[in-house]
Design a protein around this ligand. Structure first.
Ligand code: FES
Length: 142
């Protein structure tokens, strides 16, 4: 018997052994859910959590954030890819990554071909947050 799950309240057939990310990509395209640590030559291990989606057992019910790249799809579950909570979570994760990343984009050899830049733009990060009274020059002194 066919099994289904829901993506943003639309039903789709599940394939055996499929992760939530594979399920969403198969139905909505590769870039529908942003990822950072997902790499085709590595087993998914859920390190960055940028691929998080909300998963509920009933439509619109209480949801739990799950790393979609290594979480199997559960039959009849409801997957929400862009809830306000998930968007905020992804943005916070990228902001946190950027606090420990060199900000020399203009002189970086992968500028404009950088996965982190792409994901940051996708999740809406436009600025790097610094503690009050600090800026990027303070960080270079460390
Ligand atoms: S892409 Fe990093 S945890 Fe899924």
């Amino acid at each position: 018997m066919d099994k289904i799950a829901f993506i943003n309240d639309k039903s789709f057939l599940i394939r055996d052994g499929e992760t939530i990310l594979q399920f969403v990509r198969r139905n909505f395209g590769h870039d529908f859910v942003p990822t950072l640590c997902d790499a085709p030559n590595l087993d998914p291990f859920g390190a960055c959590r940028v691929c998080s989606v909300d998963v509920a057992l009933v439509q619109g019910g209480p949801a739990k954030a799950q790393a979609s790249c290594h979480t199997p799809v559960v039959a009849n579950s409801y997957i929400y890819t862009d809830s306000a909570r998930i968007k905020r979570l992804r943005k916070n994760i990228i902001e946190l990554v950027l606090t420990d990343h060199p900000l020399d984009c203009l002189t970086c050899e992968v500028n404009n071909n950088c996965e982190l830049q792409t994901v940051a733009a996708k999740v809406g990060v436009r600025d790097v947050r610094y503690p009050e009274g600090k800026n990027h020059l303070d960080r270079k002194k460390i």
